[in-house]
Design a protein around this ligand. Structure first.
Ligand code: G3P
Ligand code: CA
Length: 339
C-alpha cells in the first residue's frame, strides 16, 4: 500500500510533542477581552473540543462529546476514517490498536496486517479492513497512559451519523454546538474506491445540520480533498498544517498568500516562539483573510517552556488565534472567558 507525503504528514502530526515554548507567562485573556480580541472577526476565539473532551474520556465517544458540550466547547471535533463498507466513523487513525480493544478480539487476530507507512511498515488492524458491523463489536480505550482508564472497554466506536446526532440532540435542547470535521486520509481512501467528499456532504444533508443551525468547518491536511469539497459545498474549509520540524522533513511548504481555504489549522509552534514572543503568523494569515485555528492544547502536556496549559491558551488568545483545539474544554473556556 502506497502512502503519500500528505498521509505521512497525518501520521507524524498525530501526537507530536510541542517543540518550543516560553517560561514567560502571557497576559491574562481577560485583558484581551477588555481590549477586544485580535481575531479576524474581533469576536472571541472558538474552543474546539479535540476528539471530544478527550482528556477525560476515550476520544470520539458519546460521553466525551457530551462532556465537551457541557463544559462550554463551541465545537466538537470528529476525525473521520472509513470502514470497508464505506461508512464514515469517528477515529483519528486509519489503524485501530491505539484507541480500541481490537487486540483483545481473537476473531480478528488474522486481520492484523502490515502496511507500508512513511515511517516504515506498521503492523496493525486497519479500519477499512473492517465492516461497520465488525467495528461495532469493538470498544474505545484511552490512548494516553497517564489519563484515566476507567471508561476503557465500555464505550462504542461512533459513526459520523452518531456524532451528528449528539450535536442535533444538544441543538434540540437549545445548546448549539458546531462540528469541526476532519477528513483523515482522504487520498488513500479515494485510491481504494472510498470517496469521502460525497458521504460527508450527503450525511450532513440527510441529518439536516443546516436546518438545525449547526455551524460546520471542514478540515484536512490534504489540500486536494479540501478543493474537491469546496467544489461541491460552500462550507468553510480549514487547511491543516504540519508543524515544525516535520513540515520541513516532509518537504511541505505552506504559502499563506496562496491559500484558497477559509483558514488554516496551525500547529501551535507556528505562533508561539521558544523565548515567549509570538510570531507574525496570525497577523500574516489575517492579512490574507484567513482564520487561524491552532492545535492542540493539553492540560497534562504543556509545551516545553510553558508551565501550564493556561499559559499557552493566554498566549494564543493574545496572539489573535481564531480557534483553539483543546483536550480539556473546561480549562480553555475558563481562560478565554476570564474565569
Ligand atoms: O485536526 C487538527 C487537530 O485536530 C490536530 O490534529 O492530528 O489531532 O487530528 P490531529
Ligand atoms: Ca483532528
Amino acid at each position: 500500500m502506497k502512502y503519500t507525503v500528505a498521509l505521512a504528514a497525518l501520521l507524524l502530526s498525530a501526537c507530536a510533542p510541542a517543540q518550543v515554548g516560553s517560561t514567560e507567562e502571557a497576559p491574562v485573556a481577560a485583558a484581551e477581552k477588555a481590549a477586544g480580541y485580535r481575531t479576524l472577526s474581533g469576536e472571541k476565539p472558538i474552543i474546539i473540543a479535540h476528539r471530544g473532551a478527550s482528556g477525560l474520556y476515550p476520544e470520539h465517544t458519546i460521553p466525551g462529546y457530551e462532556a465537551a458540550i457541557a463544559q462550554g466547547a463551541d465545537f466538537i471535533e470528529p476525525d473521520l476514517v472509513m470502514t470497508k463498507d464505506g461508512v464514515l466513523i469517528a477515529r483519528h487513525d486509519a489503524y485501530l490498536s491505539d484507541t480500541t480493544d481490537v487486540a483483545d478480539h481473537p476473531e480478528f487476530a488474522d486481520r492484523k496486517v502490515k502496511r507500508a507507512t512513511p515511517m516504515g511498515e506498521k503492523e496493525d488492524w486497519w479500519a477499512d479492513d473492517f465492516t461497520l458491523a465488525e467495528i461495532k463489536t469493538l470498544k474505545a480505550r484511552q490512548q494516553f497512559p497517564a489519563r484515566t482508564k476507567e471508561h476503557d472497554g465500555k464505550l462504542d466506536i461512533l459513526t459520523f451519523d452518531e456524532v451528528m446526532d449528539v450535536a442535533l440532540a444538544a441543538a434540540k435542547d437549545g445548546r448549539i454546538v458546531g462540528l469541526h470535521i476532519e477528513a483523515k486520509w482522504p487520498e488513500y481512501y479515494s485510491s481504494v474506491g472510498l470517496d469521502m467528499v460525497d458521504p460527508i456532504i450527503e450525511g450532513m444533508k440527510a441529518k439536516g445540520l443546516e436546518e438545525a443551525g449547526i455551524p460546520v468547518f471542514i478540515q484536512s491536511f490534504e489540500p486536494q480533498f479540501l478543493a474537491a469539497f469546496a467544489a461541491k459545498s460552500d462550507l468553510p474549509t480549514i487547511q491543516n498544517m504540519v508543524g515544525p520540524p516535520y513540515n520541513k522533513m516532509l518537504g511541505l511548504e505552506y504559502n499563506l498568500d496562496e491559500m484558497t481555504t477559509t483558514g488554516v489549522g496551525a500547529e501551535k509552534t507556528y505562533i508561539l516562539n521558544a523565548d515567549g514572543t509570538t510570531t507574525d503568523f496570525v497577523e500574516r494569515a489575517h492579512a490574507n483573510g484567513l482564520l487561524v485555528h491552532v492545535y492542540t492544547v493539553r492540560d497534562d502536556q504543556p509545551m516545553p517552556g510553558y508551565d501550564t496549559a493556561q499559559a499557552e491558551l493566554n498566549a494564543l488568545i493574545k496572539a489573535g488565534a481564531d480557534g483553539i483545539w483543546v483536550d480539556y474544554p473546561d480549562t480553555a473556556v475558563a481562560v478565554r472567558d476570564g474565569n
